[in-house]
Ligand binder design. Structure first.
Ligand SMILES: [Zn+2]
Length: 196
């Protein structure tokens, strides 16, 4: 089955993924951890959460790659011929074609995708749009709060001074510039207020 758990910046998506991944490993399941190549936090192959948990991805998936092929290589390397449970972090960065392939693979095995639903302009990422269309089990990761105390539902790009930025490319990772992402409630996202 294809599962999609979405949440805003500041919710515990990656922590939830890593805990669920850990539980499956403890139960003796064959588990493969996947991360799209676009997220450059820490280093390319580490799945990292802000509460301090981290794990090495078995596959760093590039946009032009087939996950079916990459999973075959991992199974050859591990000497396995059974099907793994697959965990995918930052699943919003999957391409539409990759999600369509995963939906077919998920007829025979479990895929747990975690990611953002929308970008800082409130538009779907290609990966999350495809997951919202095709996932059979969709749930929201709770925990994201706006500074006003209301539930955060919108992702917001801010600069070093906390000013809301409304322009620029969909993907801009926080490694060089003073760019950060926070979750806001709809009202404060709409008003562009990132603090009291
Ligand atoms: Zn608010």
């Amino acid at each position: 089955m294809l599962h999609f758990s979405y949440g805003v910046m500041g919710s515990s998506k990656s922590a939830m993924l890593l805990m669920q991944h850990y539980n499956h490993v403890q139960l003796g399941h064959y588990v493969v951890l996947v991360k799209p190549a676009i997220d450059t936090r820490i280093d390319a192959s580490t799945v990292y959460s802000r509460v301090g948990l981290s794990a090495q991805a078995d596959i760093v998936l590039y946009p032009d790659q087939s996950l079916r092929e990459q999973l075959m290589w991992v199974s050859v390397r591990n000497g396995r011929n059974d099907l793994p449970d697959v965990f995918i972090d930052e699943a919003q960065f999957l391409t539409e074609a990759q999600v369509e392939e995963i939906a077919d693979l998920a007829l025979d095995q479990e895929f747990y995708c975690y990611g953002l639903k929308t970008d800082f302009m409130g538009n779907f990422f290609p990966g999350s749009a495809a997951l919202m269309r095709l996932a059979e089990d969709i749930s929201e990761v709770p925990g994201g709060l706006c500074w006003c105390g209301r539930k955060a539902t919108m992702n917001t790009r801010i600069d070093g001074e906390g000013n809301v930025i409304r322009t620029g490319s969909q993907i801009l990772i926080d490694n060089h510039q003073e760019i950060k992402y926070i979750g806001l409630c709809y009202k404060h996202w709409k008003l562009g207020q990132s603090h009291a």
